[in-house]
Design a protein around this ligand. Sequence first.
Ligand SMILES: [Cu+2]
Length: 275
Amino acid sequence: MGGLRGLELSPDGRRVFFTLAGVDAIQVLDTVTDRIVAQIPVGASPHYAPFTPDGRWALAVIQGPGELGILDAARSTLAGTVAVGKTPHWSTSSSDGHTAYVTNEGSNNVSVVDLASRTVTATIPVGNAPRKIAVQPVPGAAVAAPAPVRVAAAPSGKSKSLTLGGVTYADHGTKDVRNLSKLELEADDYYFSPTFLRGRPGQKLTLIVESEASTLHNLSVPALGIDKDVPPKGKVQVDVTFPASGVLAFFCKFHGALGMNGQLRAGDTAPSGAR
Ligand SMILES: [Cu+2]
């Protein structure tokens, strides 16, 4: 038997998922009987398979093919794989269990994976051979709120970034839309262009959100109940209403932390923190 590599106890304490050097399967140990009850074949050189906080999935980094293996923890099966970077080393997930973060030691980046759609939503360059990663817990935050993620370096952005009220905006300019009923809004890695829309108080505007990117983006305006995914190279239409006064925030729910944020500004409202 090869050496033990990574070991993780399920949140309910009933299973241990572990890996062995030279064995291309995740080993499943029943903690009551102390027996190996399953082996889940996952491809060459799995390193580590931590559980999501709800225990539903285990996220195996598979170093050979450069994949994240999504394991159904209850069934002890491989539910799917997502191609990530080279020689992934470690994975962790957000406290809501929706997003996985994988450090790719061989390609010097972190892959951000949306677990529902099983797609990579961002690849963040982080310098030399990243290994461990952690999600920073938010003290007192609601369970559903995604925690901010700290990585070693910010993504390189060609745009200038602007911070208002603690939110960072990859600034691709302001557009006066007071005389428009329709506007094309570009969604790309990782910004909206234009970033700031100036409209009349209460004005209705149809946004045609268009993406040239190969990553999944999203437009969310919580105050208007809008949460719409923008598929890679896709286009979606969203109707928004400007606030009576002040500013309203919009953002990509996958990439807000990377500056993919914008504002609807009523009238002559000066740039400020959005509510
Ligand atoms: Cu995005």
